[in-house]
Each structure stands twice: as structure tokens, then as C-alpha cells.
Design a protein around this ligand. Sequence first.
Ligand SMILES: Cc1ncc(COP(=O)(O)O)c(C=O)c1O
Length: 436
Amino acid sequence: MSLSEARLSTDTRPNDLEAYWMPFTPNRAFKKAPRLITRAKDMYYYAADGRAVLDATAGLWCCNAGHGREEIVTAIKRQAEELDYAPAFQFAHPYAFELASRVAALAPGDLDHVFFCNSGSEAVDTALKIALAYHHVRGEGARTRLIGRERGYHGVGFGGISVGGIVANRKLFGTLLAGVDHLPATYNREHQAFSKGEPEWGAHLADELERIIALHDASTIAAVIVEPMAGSTGVLPAPKGYLQRLRAICDKYGILLILDEVITGFGRLGHAFAAERYGVRPDLAVLGKAIANGFPLAVVGGRADLMAGVARTWISSTLATESVALAAAQATLEVFAHEDVCGHLHRMGTRLLHGLHRLHRKHADLVTGVGGIAEMCFLHFASENISRDVARGCAARGLLFKRTAYNFVSLAHDEETIDRTLETLGEVLAKAEEET
Ligand SMILES: Cc1ncc(COP(=O)(O)O)c(C=O)c1O
């Protein structure tokens, strides 16, 4: 199709699904039975035929304030009319400074400088670069090793997949970054199958960092990066005391601690940030997803002395301070300032978690694990088949969740939608039980 033909086409319904290669999706299966979402409001997605689907994923953890918030829509409309784009380098618009000040004021501890990015993946790679640059500028240029964790997810950039610990995301891409090592995953089914809140077992796994340091020597290690609660390979809260121990070891050896709060930031753990919940001060924090309630923005927050290293490097992207995304973030943070997002997530999440434990008691043959903290929780099933059938059964009944983890309470969740989520799960589990 020529450009002019493409311009003339006014039909917005897709009649050819081939060209778009969907990420993290079995493409052939999807295209045989496409699930197209055309609208969203509050807790619901709507299909093209008007069918409502309860979004129990809070838009993949992006829409903590609920879909289609009036305030956010108004802000982005106004922004698009006023200023669509101003260069991110050598020039700036005032909104970037305003938002940076606001995020810095909110960010945990002394993370009072922020760097804007377009996605969590870009922000992770940027944080790793900042860590390396920081040591280089201080004359400790031998500190080049980065330590991640097995089962960790840090996006799709080369830095992120190198420190991440998901084999499917790594195996086709060669040797990745050199000099990366991994802590062991913190989840252990035997010890943590039915936890409420942070598991009691597992703080000692942080001591593995001592072993890695003994192997490579601290003078070669720049930074450790972990998710305070892993969200892509299940919902795996850090065991009690784990993050504090990691912090202490990093301090002992002059290693930077980067908390990847792409999921956990902005209320998801019942606190503004996981760093607050656990009383752990990161040297750098990566924030994304809910910061702009689904619009493309992510942030690296860092201490002033760390950011000084960046001043000598060139890292940013053209759309880093795209003004509509910044306006969405300002409006989102305004919602957070006026509404008790954290308290709401905690209350609704507690209702959900108690309900999931009840479901386990009723269907103990099928549900072999329940965990997470109130605002993010998971169910484990006895087999992959049961997990798949439950996901399909829920989808058929208009409930959408992420298959690796049931979750997610957003601000738009109320008692009724939590109860509906639990009811639907109960029906599907009862049916699965009949059939096994
Ligand atoms: C902890 C964590 N870090 C980084 C990312 C990457 O963010 P994005 O998908 O916006 O690139 C994700 C995405 O799910 C994430 O969960």
C-alpha cells in the first residue's frame, strides 16, 4: 500500500492481523481468536462488541488510578493543544522541571534528582549506566560488574536482560553484558507456599552476595539491582529482612543498590514506594508504569552525587520528556495527592488476599499456593493445565488477569469488583474440580 492509499483508508477495524507482530504473545493462537480491547473506563475494559471485561491486572500494573480518569484525560488534551513536543536536549519546557521536582519530593530518601525515560526497560539500562559512570568518575573504574537475581525481570534492553534472570528472555541473545552475576531467587515453594505478607523464610539468601563478592572481589562490583517484589515470574515478595541485609552488605563494600520499582512504585505495595515499606534506602530507584497511569514515562531517581557521573555522559532519548506523557504523570500524581491511593489499595488488597486464602481452603487440590502482600497477590496451581484452564474460564466470564500472577488491585477496584473477582475464580475452580 502506498502512503497516499494508507492515508485514504478510513476503516479503523483491522482486517489483516498479520503485519503486527505481538510481543510476549503466542501470535498464531492470538490471531485465530483475537481479543481486541477498544475502550476502558474505571475497572473495566470493553471489547468491540461492547462486552465488559473486569481488568484485574490494573492495566499490567500501570493504571493504579483506574482507567480513563477524567482529570488525566483533561490534562493530556490541554497539553497536546499547548505544546506537543519540545527538544529534550539543549532546550526544555517548564513541565519537565515541575514534574522532576514533584517526583524528587515524593521519591524515597535522598533521591532528589530524576532522569526521564520512555519505558521501564530504558530506565533500567539508564540506571545501570549511571552506576557505572559514577564509579568511573570517582576513579574506581574497575567496578564494572553488575549483580542481578535469578527470576528477576528488568525489561528488554540488553542491560535489563543481562541482570534479569528469565531464561526465555536471554537465551537467544548471545553473551549479553559481560561481567554479570546473579543472586539466587528468593522464592521457595516448600517454605513459602502459603504466606501472608512477606515470607518469614529467606532473608539468608541475601548473604549469597557475600559469596559473589568473595569470588569477584568488591573492587570489581558496581551495583546490585533487584525488584523489591518480583512481579513477572510470579508475585514474589522479598522475605522479611532480605532487602535490609542486601543494603547492609552493599554498604559494607561500597556497592550501589538499585531498586527496580517499576511495578512497586506509586502505591502498589500500600506505600508510595517499596523502599518506604521496607525502610531500605536505594542509591538509585527505577520507576515506571503507574507514574503516568499508563502513558509512556519512566524515571530513574538518584542522589545528586550519583547523577554527577551522568553529566559527563550522553544518555537520553528523543522522547524522554515528551510533554503529553509528563502531563499525564502530573495529573496522576495530583490524583495520588488528593486520594488515599495507598490506603485504598491496602484495604481492597486485604479483602482480595483473604478471599484467595478462602479459595485455597475450599479447593486445596487445585490451589497449591497463595501468597503476596495485600496489594499484589498470587495463586499457584497444582499443574500448568489447571492454571491455563482457570485463566481461560475466567476470560470467558469476563475477568482478565495476568497468568503468572493473580492480582492486582487498582484504585478503581471497590468491594463489589473484588467480590466479583473472587466469585468468578470460585466458579471456575469449582468447575475445574468437577472435571478432574
Ligand atoms: C520490574 C520491572 N522492571 C522493568 C520493566 C520494564 O518496563 P517496560 O515494560 O515499561 O519497559 C518491567 C515491566 O514489566 C518490570 O516489571
